[in-house]
Design a binder for this molecule. Sequence first.
Ligand code: GLA
Length: 383
Amino acid sequence: MAEHVEPGDAREIAAALAARLDEPVGVFAAPGRVNLIGEHTDYNAGLCLPIALPHATYAAVRRRDDGVLSVASAQQDDRFEGLLAEVTPGSVEGWASYVAGVAWALREAGHVLPGMDLVVDGRVPLGSGLSSSAALICSSALAMCAAGGIDPDRPSLVAATMRAESEVAGAPTGGLDQTAALLGEAGHALLIDFRDHTTRTVPWQPDDAGLALLVVDTRASHSHADGGYGSRREECEAAARELGVPSLREATASDLDRLDERLRRRARHVVTEVQRVADTVAALGAGDWTRVGELFTASHASMRDDFEISCSELDLVVDTALAHGALGARMTGGGFGGSAIALVRMERADEVADRVAAAFAAHGWGAPGVLPAPASAGARQVR
Ligand code: GLA
């Protein structure tokens, strides 16, 4: 049987966190995300279409007057404590570097922050490809801004949280996750154009059409994951250089023949994926869910064959879902493990989840997690 991973009750989680601090300034939540389509396009100035999950990371904060930043987590035994002024890239390691990184990035952006005690509770499964790290960073960012009495606009917060993740936590991601966490809206997907960092909400209510989005966390993570992301990024930059364009967003299908075989496949994924995002938005506008499903499946094939970031577990989720009536299915996120999504008829959702779990068991793999995924609210104060 698939294991259902529930988001938990926001009010209860917030109350428990607040109880760990005397006189907290507040409790803030930032969601994980599922990218519906548009993978590895963000750092190519392309298009992405994520939704925010109901699963979030929560951060409670209280001011202190000694300039110290202290960070504890409901999930980790160790806590970080250090002078805010001494947090710099390379000075903090492990999970706390994501939180300390936010303080550094906000200060770098010119904001003045007080010393703070933060306690976080992460309800986005770690390593699931659903952006638990962006949820941690973005909830911490809102908490720190509240403690500092500052209110930067969301695009500035996206920029600061991206710097925190790439420069302090050392993960050079492309902005999809932070943008989804900070700007996501309930009932909507977020169309992000990374050419100019503009966003537009797109209604996403598959249940109105009798459909459900199944999110399956394979719980597989492959050791080459970190290197794989960086090398794909380098290959995309190399392809753009060879084509003489600032980014692969400016490349067209007819340019691809000028590249060698490997770079051609990498670039073909990006060029066709950007088009699939635009096509998905058009299909959603037309209420054509069959087409949305086809685009999901085509996206998966492109990631499996051209970009080569899938793995056996992700392929098994996709193939099993499709064999049992899914309209479409694809891996989501960075790849090499993590989660896959399937667009299924509501009445068949449990059956598809059970079939996937049975297929995993037949391979001798551990049970996958299944997450409910209504498009949910972006980062916000919850208490
Ligand atoms: C990871 C990164 C994102 C994005 C996706 C792939 O989630 O953090 O910036 O590149 O992979 O779409």
